[in-house]
Ligand binder design. Structure first.
Ligand SMILES: [Zn+2]
Length: 401
């Protein structure tokens, strides 16, 4: 015997009496659960893009509600005896679903009627709802236009009713949606706006949708996914958006309406500071290199070898500039490392060594990777703590060779 679906006749029924026909244990993670079949229920099972209801059956909490062919299966957290039971629906959750779901009917109808964009799928998430539209990318005018048209119909408080008929009867009065089921179908009519076959739960007049707020539109394979929220959710989302704007404006010390200009200015300043920093790093490296060259004494082989290890606070660009500047001086070799594992070996061509070969030799001793040219090579050690040892080895190899 099929479960009688009380929500078909009255979506506003929050409490109901029913008979428990069966109650079986269900394997569900580590918490014990039972599946219950009733003769009738006001609890909605996950289907048609609308999530399941929650609520209570007697003292048991309802964890899930799902379709099982013609039956509805309730998953509950404690065993129920066969016989009479009182059930109730978590109304805040259900009413939210009814607002979102009915809003979707209306919004889809507006995209279709006004802009020729059919809805190919619908999803009601815990935060956002989405519809996927087929056709070319909806412009800002289309998104706003559909939202405005839907909100106009909401403000007109039009009745929403359930109609029954066959697929042929509905097709005759212009229902486009194809349905696989035969026999008598249930359809939802928003007066003068939409008629759709649907087994979900809906509010009884458009005013109860509250408001529709269309948000982002993104490409989803061949379709366009439009995010939207209705009713209390829309108020929550708008409040959240405002708080984000307000907090960001406080950070940038401007009015929310000046945010785009302020953000642009802040990014411009950041970019110019970054440019200045780079120029200053180069100048610093150049002057440090001059000091280092003045203090250096040539070795017995006539080469001036400058070996140094820098801490992590030194920028990698600084090291590059420092090495490049040292290597401008004749018969000079620069062997640099930085905690973090960076290595730079550079020379003036008159030094006559091969920095790439030297780096390969050092990397054969210490794990890492890198490469370069005869005069400039760059590497990275796997163990960032070995920089100083690597430079010491390189200096020994240069002096010996
Ligand atoms: Zn529906």
């Amino acid at each position: 015997m099929a479960t009688r679906r009380l929500y078909y006749g009255d979506s506003y029924q929050r409490e109901f009496g029913a008979q428990v026909l069966s109650c079986e244990p269900e394997a569900r993670g580590t918490t014990p659960a039972w599946t219950v079949v009733l003769d009738c229920t006001a609890l909605y099972p996950t289907s048609g893009g609308q999530p399941n209801d929650l609520g209570k059956l007697g003292d048991a909490n309802v964890l899930d509600v799902r379709d099982d062919e013609d039956d509805i299966v309730h998953v509950v957290d404690r065993q129920l005896p066969v016989g009479s039971v009182q059930g109730c629906v978590d109304w805040a959750r259900r009413f939210d679903h009814m607002q979102q779901h009915t809003g979707q009917h209306l919004l889809s109808a507006m995209f279709q009627e006004r802009f020729g964009r059919p809805t190919v799928s619908f999803h009601l998430g815990s935060d956002l709802c989405t519809i996927d539209l087929r056709g070319p990318e909806p412009t800002e005018e289309i998104l706003e236009g559909a939202e405005r048209a839907a909100n106009q119909i909401i403000s007109e408080d039009r009745p929403i009713t359930v109609r029954y008929g066959t697929a042929e009867e509905f097709a005759e009065i212009g229902v486009r949606k194809e349905v696989q089921r035969s026999g008598i179908l249930r359809a939802i009519e928003i007066e003068g706006a939409d008629l759709q076959p649907c087994g979900g739960t809906h509010v009884k007049s458009t005013a109860q949708i509250g408001i529709i707020l269309v948000r982002r539109c993104t490409k989803m394979r061949q379709d366009w996914r439009v995010e939207f929220v209705c009713g209390r959710r829309a108020a929550r989302v708008a409040r959240h958006d405002f708080q984000l704007l307000y907090r960001t404006a406080e950070e940038l010390k401007c009015a929310p309406e000046d945010l785009p200009a302020s953000a642009q200015r802040a990014i411009g300043e950041r970019d110019s500071h970054f440019k200045n920093l780079k120029a200053l790093l180069q100048r610093l490296a150049e002057s440090d290199a001059t000091v280092a060259l003045n203090a250096a004494r040539p070795e017995a082989n006539g080469l001036c070898v400058i070996a140094r290890t820098f801490d992590e606070a030194s920028q990698p660009e600084y090291l590059s500039h420092f090495a490049t500047q040292l290597a401008k001086s004749e018969r000079t070799v620069a062997l640099l490392s930085r905690s973090g594992g960076d290595l730079i070996f550079a020379q003036h061509p008159t030094a006559g060594k091969d920095m790439n070969a030297l780096l390969k030799q050092v990397l054969a001793e210490f794990a890492g990777k890198g490469g370069g040219t005869r005069d400039f090579a760059r590497g990275k050690l796997s163990d960032p703590a070995q920089g100083e040892q690597a430079v010491t080895l390189a200096a020994r190899l240069v002096s010996a060779g």
